[in-house]
Design a protein around this ligand. Sequence first.
Ligand SMILES: *[C@@H]1O[C@H](CO)[C@@H](O)[C@H](O)[C@H]1NC(C)=O
Ligand SMILES: *[C@@H]1O[C@H](CO)[C@@H](O)[C@H](O)[C@H]1NC(C)=O
Ligand SMILES: *[C@@H]1O[C@H](CO)[C@@H](O)[C@H](O)[C@H]1NC(C)=O
Length: 438
Amino acid sequence: MCLPGPCWACCLLLTVFSLGVQGAPEAPTAAPEQVHLSYPDEPGAMTVTWTTWVPTRSEVQFGLQLSGPLPLRAHGTSSLFVDGGLQRRKLYMHRVVLRGLLPGVQYVYRCGSAQGWSRPFRFRTLKKGTHWSPRLAVFGDLGAENPKALPRLRRDIQQGMYDAVLHVGDFAYNMDEDNARVGDKFMRLIEPLAASLPYMTCPGNHEQRYNFSNYKARFSMPGNTEGLWYSWDLGPAHIISFSTEVYFFLHYGTHMMERQFRWLESDLQKANQNRAARPWIITMGHRPMYCSNADLDDCRSHESRVRKGLLGRLYGLEDLFYKYGVDLELWAHEHSYERLWPIYNYQVFNGSRVTPYTNPRAPVHIITGSAGCEERLTPFAIFPGPWSALRVREYGYTRLHILNGTHVHIQQVSDDQDGKIVDDFWMVRPLKNRHKYL
Ligand SMILES: *[C@@H]1O[C@H](CO)[C@@H](O)[C@H](O)[C@H]1NC(C)=O
Ligand SMILES: *[C@@H]1O[C@H](CO)[C@@H](O)[C@H](O)[C@H]1NC(C)=O
Ligand SMILES: *[C@@H]1O[C@H](CO)[C@@H](O)[C@H](O)[C@H]1NC(C)=O
C-alpha cells in the first residue's frame, strides 16, 4: 500500500541518500542461503530454490530417514540474477525439482554442492488426488521490518498445521531496496517457513521495481510466466494466482494485461470442465476490487480498475470471475482483514439471510493483508459498505481449510490477541451447478 503524505519528499531524499552509501561487499560464498520450496503443480514433485554468491552446481540430497545419510539425489540449474540497483549485485539462483516423491510423506533434504551445503530441512509432500483436505495459511503484505505474524506462523508450521502458504503479494518492503539486500534479508527471515512447505506467491505493487525482477528471480512458481500468473491444483481446489499490477504499471503498454486476461479466461474454462473432480476455484491477487479502508486505493473507487478494467470496461475481472463461478477470491494490499458478503456488482447475493455463505449466489471476497510490515495497519473508513461483513484492524493471518468438495472453513487469527480466532465461518456450496451462478 502507498499513502501519499507529507513525508513523500523525505522518503525520496532517504532513498537518494541510501543509494550513495556503499554497503560492505559480501565475502563471496558458495554456501546456500534463502532456501525455500514451491509446488510445481506436478503430483509427487517439489521445487527447491536457493541463492549463492558464486556460481556452483545445484544439487539436492534427500531421503525419508530423519537421521543418517540422505540416499537420493536430484540436480538442477542455476541462473545469474543481476539486480537492477546501482551496484548491480549478482545473485546465483538455484532451482532443483524433486520428482517421484511419495504422497503425504515427510522428507529430509539439504541443498547445495560440494562447495557448501545448507543445513537439513524437512517437508511433507502434498497428498495425491482430490479426496483430501488441504490446509493453507494465507496472508499478504509481510515485510522484513515489523513482520508481526511471522513467529506465530512459524510455530503453526512447525506443528505441521498447513500444507502450503499463500503469500498474496507485497514482500520485504521492498526486495529491490538497498541493492536487493532487503530481499536477501526477507528471504532469510522466511526460510524457517518457506523451506518446510510450498510458499506460493503472487506479485504486489511493492515488487514492481525493474519490471518485477526481484520477484521473478527469487520465486519459482509453476507455469512459464515467471510466477506473474499461474494456477495449480490442490486436493478438491483449483487455485489461480494472478497479477493485479498489470492494471497499474502501464508505462510498457497493456500487453501484459491482455495476455493475462486471455490466460485467465482459458484457465477458468478448463477448470470449469474439471469442476466435478475439483469443485473449488479460488483466486489470489494482490489489490482487491472492494474494500472499506480509509485511504485512496483503487478498491475505494466505485469503478475500481481490478473490478471493472481499464477505462471501466477493458479486462475487468469481476464479470470474468462471476461468469465462471469462482467461489472464493483472496486479496491483500490493505493492512487489515475484511470479509465481504457474497457480492457481484455491489449487490449482495447471500445464500440466505440466516446462512449467507451456504449456497452463495456470487463470489466471496476476503482481504487479508495484515501479516505486518513497516507501513503498519491501515485504518478503516467510518462507514463500511453494506457488502462488508466483518472488519478487523489487527495483525494476523488467515487459515483456509478446504475440507472437501462442498465445505471450506475460514478462520482469521489475530496476532494482537495472542492467536485468538477473530473470524470463523464456513462456506458451503453443493456440487451441482458450480460452474456458474444464477
Ligand atoms: C517485463 O517482464 C515481462 C515478463 O517477464 C516481459 O514479457 C516484458 O517484455 C518485460 N517488459 C520490459 C519493458 O522489459
Ligand atoms: C446478508 O446476510 C447478512 C447476515 O445475515 C445480513 O446482515 C445482510 O443484511 C444480508 N444482505 C442482504 C442483501 O440480504
Ligand atoms: C463434506 O464434509 C461435510 C462436513 O463433514 C459433510 O457434511 C459433507 O457431506 C461433505 N461433502 C462431501 C462432498 O463429502
